[in-house]
Each structure stands twice: as structure tokens, then as C-alpha cells.
Design a protein around this ligand. Sequence first.
Ligand SMILES: [Zn+2]
Ligand SMILES: [Zn+2]
Length: 363
Amino acid sequence: MSALGAGWNSVKAVEMSFRFLRPEGPLTIRSLGADQHRAHITLPRGADGRLARTCPNQACSPGYFKVKPGTGITGQQAVAFCPYCRREAEPDGFSTQEQLRYAKDLVTREVHRGVDQMIRDSFKLGPSGRRKLGGGFVTMEVTLKSAPLPHVRPPFEDEVRRDVICPHCTLDQTVFGLATWCADCGADIFPTHTAAELDVVRRMLGDIARRREVLGRRVAAKDLENCIEDVVSIFEAAMKAMSTRYLVAAGASAEEAESQLRRYGNAFQNTARTQEVLSELLGVGALPEVPWESLSAAFAKRHPITHNLGVVDRKYLERAQDRQRPGREVRLVESEVEAALGHVSAALATVHSRLFGTVVAAA
Ligand SMILES: [Zn+2]
Ligand SMILES: [Zn+2]
């Protein structure tokens, strides 16, 4: 049986050399001749219809993701991709440790069943498991007490909760953090991942008026602060991921890229320093289409929120050149966060297209 077209939903076929396996059964066992059998195992999916997958590249981190079989490429599929490192393999080559354990347990149970049946057949034991042999001077009774078949526990998989649908092949996939590649078609879907993250903040923002009604002004103010912090965090994480990818593509190892970036500290929390990294490290000149000043104002508000419980200090005032006086709370309104979302989205799209081109063709 060829693996081609087997799809996401199976583990790599397990080959066995047992004479006594039943040709058919729960594992779809097929004889390959010369006492060789091949078992094909269909993996159970999670309650949400998703199937856990692991990158075959041991060095890939986090390397763990999920896909919803049937949502992306339909029909024959020769290769699939790791969303984090783009390692290619056959779709059934991404089994998790738990799925391999499950497959092994199922095969072990089938071997138990096969051995039991073989003994029954050899001694022509009926369903009672007993038979008298002989009949002359020597008679003997054969009794077979079968042990209960071992229980096979279904695979237990981790919770992963960042769903994204590929705009190219419509595969519904779930990853940890910000991934880059579509697991089905291998296209660069990084902008889709960042857009999904920003959209979560947008939805939280859209609910603040209701929460102000129900939970009061202090909770609503805290929600707004959390939203601006999230916007900056998304910018920072996305810039870091794109910079690392660019440096690695230019020949650096992952460790080298990380240490090069480390020299710039928290540069991506600050727009002036972000531009420094872009020009010094990544060779990207000025990006006039990015609204750096508006971004800078929003980012400057994050500092007192994160480090001073929202109370303005002198450092903030100098940075923001706002007219608010020290000791007052940072005034943050919904429209500012909304605007920051738009600016971050535009900045990330511009940097992405400058570093990697606007359209990255699917493999
Ligand atoms: Zn990988
Ligand atoms: Zn895709």
C-alpha cells in the first residue's frame, strides 16, 4: 500500500513479520508475502476534529501543531510541511510520540489475539478452549485460558489554541505562538498569523464598553491597558520572528541569529530602536510608509502601564511629550488602541513584504 494519498489521518505503516496475524481486522492488516504484514492505523482525532502532529526534525521547536483533516488540500498529497521550520515529509510522517505508542499498543493487542487464535486452530480447540487428544493408551486434555486483551488507551495530546485558516489552501491548523508556514501547501502565512493575533485584541477591545457597564470603570480601564500591552507584545514577537527568519535565511544558525538579536535587547518595544535594528542588522532602509510617530506615541503609553501601574512618571512624560502631569494616571482611550492596532498591522505588513516579498509562492 502506498503512503501517497494516505493523508494526515494515519501513522506510518507498521511492518510486522508474524505469520498468525489475521489478514483483516481493526488495523487493516495486509499480507506482503514472506510472512510480512503491514498494518495501517487510523488515528482518532480530538473532540474538535483536530489531529496532533510533530515535526520529524528533532531540533525543531516547538515542533508541535494540529491540523483538521479534510479542510486543506484534498486528494493526493505527497508532502506536508512543518509550520515552524518548513521541514517536508509525507503527511503520515508527522506522528506524535503518543500516536506511535497507540499504534504499537494496537499492534501488540492484535499479536495477542493472533497467538491465541493460532493455538486454538493448531489444537482444533472449540469456543470452550478444551479438547481431548489421543484415545489409545495415552489421552491428554488441552485447555486454553485466554488472558483478556490488553486495553489500548487512545493518544493523549496537548492543548494548542491558535487556530488559523490558510488563505491559499484553506487548511484549518492550530499552532503554538507565531508560526510561518502552512502545514498543507507550505505557503508563507505569517501575515495571517499576526492578523489573527491582532484580531483577538480587536475583539477584546470591542467588548470593553459592555464590560464597563457590567464590571465598572476600573475593570474597563484595566482591559484597555491590557490591550495596549498585547499590541506591543504582538509587534515585538512578530518583529523578532521575522528578524530571526531573515538572518537564518542569510546563513546564520538559529543560535547566531538569537545572539545577534540579543545585542539589541528590547529594541522592538521602541520604534526608534526598531528602525535601528532594521537598518543595522537587516539592511532595510527607511520605511516611510510605516506610521512610526503614531506607533511611538502608543508604545510610549505602554511603559508606565507595565512598570508603574499606569501612573505617569517623568521618563514617560519626556518620551511621550504629552501634557499630562506626573502623578496622574495615563489616559488611554479605545480609539488610541484601535489606531495602534492599525499601525502595528501596517508596520508588520510592510516589514514582511520588504524582507520576504509580498507573495511567497507555495511549494
Ligand atoms: Zn519543524
Ligand atoms: Zn495552505
